[in-house]
Design a protein. Sequence first.
Length: 501
Amino acid sequence: MAQWTSAVGAAQLARLLKSQQDRPAGPGTRRPPAYRSLADGIRLLVLEGRVPVAARLPAERELALALSVSRTTVAAAYEALRSEGFLESRRGAGSWTAVPAGNPLPARGLEPLPPEALGSMIDLGCAALPAPEPWLTRAVQGALEELPPYAHTHGDYPAGLPALRSMIAERYTARGIPTMPEQIMVTTGAMGAIDAICHLFGGRGERIAVESPSYANILQLMREAGARLVPVAMAEGLTGWDLDRWRQVLREAAPRIAYVVADFHNPTGALADEDQRRRLVEAARSAGTVLIADETMTELWLDDDLAGAMPRPVCGFDPAGSTVITVGSASKAFWAGMRIGWVRAAPDVIRSLVAARAYADLGTPVLEQLAVNWLFSTGGWEEAVLLRRAQARENRDALVAAVRRELPDWEFEVPRGGLTLWVRAGGLSGSRLAEAGERVGVRVPSGPRFGVDGAFEGFVRLPFTVGGAVAEEAAVRLAAAARLVADGGTAGTEAPRTFVA
């Protein structure tokens, strides 16, 4: 690690350490020396992502005053963290958090297996549900009926089909954010949209602020683009963003781009409230940061009291699109195989994104655009999303009940929407759980996939992709994986049962 990208103040670190003291210790637990207790507390904050990797820690004297301990205690704790690889220091630059070298991001449990390769394996790697039929078939049939006029053209529409751009603009206007078709570009999924935005505004070496944890595939996309990721820890529970941290990072790290998921965040399921959205937009505007708001989960509210009561979209606090660039998609709310996404931004930003497509993918498949336009224009989209919500709600409730029964020491908050459950795995390693899971017939992504530089080792993500008896069997297999990890991998392993549902 060459340099720190954010900072944690002495008072803030003291509050975070104090919150750990509320966790009960086991009976007969011996009290460690003060320096060791402090070092362990900071290490746990890093591993859980509550203090980001590459965050500058307060000076020894400042932290000693905030904690009412001696400076010698803080110095000894910092030295212990350095020796364990959790802290780096340089004279004149201070000390900043790190993770031990030689601990690469795990590669297991996120990419979905092809259906023919699943066999008896329960795949919880991908947060995506089967298509909501009959609406996929009807949409494709409707698209085929609309195709002939387009077939007589070259088929390249870098900004997207005019009819679909107009329809998406009308949908934003209906949500209370007046939008012109010139503010819309259709893309090849949300990933294609975010990739295009990062290339336009970012560039190798640019800083991008991201929630911590965040969507693993987006983090990897940004890494491969050469970005320097600046993690910002989420607020406790499922309460959205910690605005004090966001303001601090935007002010001190001055990232060119910030990426956020305000609606049913992936992986935590958090829902940011309107005040948080307004304040984050104001902070980004003041810092000159482009704010990417990912809306792919927006329509997947699962609790009935959210019907008609969702917070205003992030772009509602910047309707001109000069600070907020909104990304939407059909992949989560409808079907992952429908690779249609879109960008809403200021017209000049859209023109720049469209011009850059000549060196990227040229455009988005016409037939799929026609299918999404058919869904929007006929009301089929709303009907399909109703089916999707019902299925996700049923799956969520089944998975929550099964995990609570089979793994009562695992901790999580039940999200009010989205497709994922973010679980603290009872003190076990998420990476080892992912490995053990494949041995007992369940694939699950480990927490570090969703963090920056190895945070969240004690977590796993469980998507609402299975329900009923399959969810119950998944929890049984996760419990078997947990026993393997707890026993150091020495316990006997039963072959996974062939499971039909």
